[in-house]
Write a new protein. Structure first.
Length: 278
């Protein structure tokens, strides 16, 4: 095997910094030298999703690898800005340390809190005070527009609720969900008559999803996590159904829906017997 040179440095992080500098240097990699922050952020987003998947799988080895990929892209982007004399990775670390200390006065100061709800309230108050020098026109302005829709819906509803614009309890949100479903059914029934106008059914369906996001918020779980688990459960059952059918030398498209439905219910029943849930 070829003897590859290792980047200089006393610690893994300093070696990573030097590695990126070498890749960007005159004798480095042509591809790395062509990268810009705008280009790299797309790779960072991709790596972040791969990290999320590894965490969902609860595979420590895979998580460590994906964390490394994310770390590389963060350091790489910071290096691009250091080349422009804007800031370096040390400044990034100093900024987040200062922010975390400032936003945790109950840990690093004398502030007393009774529960996590009060911690979140204090966090929002501190953040609002920080933004006084550059006030946003809305409390929603700082929510990234590139967030996936479900995640962004949760953040938007959470931020709006922090101003007091919220239901009293989960029963109010559930009632609103029923109302939105009724409106969706009505829009769906009128769809053929209004084919030339905006798709009211799609808009009403969006309202259902947004309201369900608030149901999740009141129930104190994240809708993204819930949906991810539901997808994984469906995939597992579907693949098992494919396997069961393949064992009889058939494929799903060659059997009736009633048989598929029976197979599906059998798989659910097996899960209930072995795992205690449906």
């Amino acid at each position: 095997m070829e003897n590859l040179k290792q980047p200089p440095g006393d610690t893994p992080l300093s070696k990573l910094i030097n590695l990126i500098a070498t890749l960007r240097g005159p004798d480095g990699c042509p591809w790395d030298r062509q990268q810009t922050p705008v280009k790299m952020v797309n790779y960072l987003l991709e790596e972040t999703y791969e990290l999320a998947e590894a965490i969902e799988e609860n595979d420590p080895v895979h998580v460590r690898e994906e964390l490394g990929d994310v770390l590389f892209h963060i350091f790489f982007i910071a290096h691009l800005f250091s080349e422009k004399k804007a800031f370096g990775i040390e400044a990034v670390a100093e900024t987040i340390i200062d922010k975390m200390v400032r936003r945790h006065p109950h840990v690093f100061g004398d502030k007393k809190v009774k529960d996590t709800d009060e911690i979140r309230k204090n966090w929002r108050a501190i953040k609002k005070k920080e933004q006084n020098d550059t006030p946003a026109s809305s409390v929603l302005d700082s929510i990234p527009k590139k967030l996936p829709a479900l995640m962004r819906a949760y953040r938007v509803s959470e931020r709006a609720a922090s101003t007091g614009f919220d239901w009293q309890d989960i029963n109010g949100v559930l009632a609103k969900t029923d109302e939105e479903i009724t409106e969706f059914k009505e829009a769906l029934a009128q769809r053929d008559k209004n084919s030339d106008g905006p798709d009211e059914a799609a808009m009403e369906f969006g309202d259902i999803l947004f309201t369900l996001v608030n149901v999740a918020r009141f129930a104190k779980f994240h809708p993204e996590t819930a949906l991810t688990s539901a997808i994984a459960k469906f995939e597992g059952r579907f693949k098992q159904m494919e396997k069961n059918v393949a064992e009889s030398n058939r494929s799903l498209d060659k059997i009736s829906f009633s048989e598929m439905n029976r197979l599906w219910n059998d798989i659910k029943a097996e899960e209930t017997d072995t795992e205690g849930f449906k």
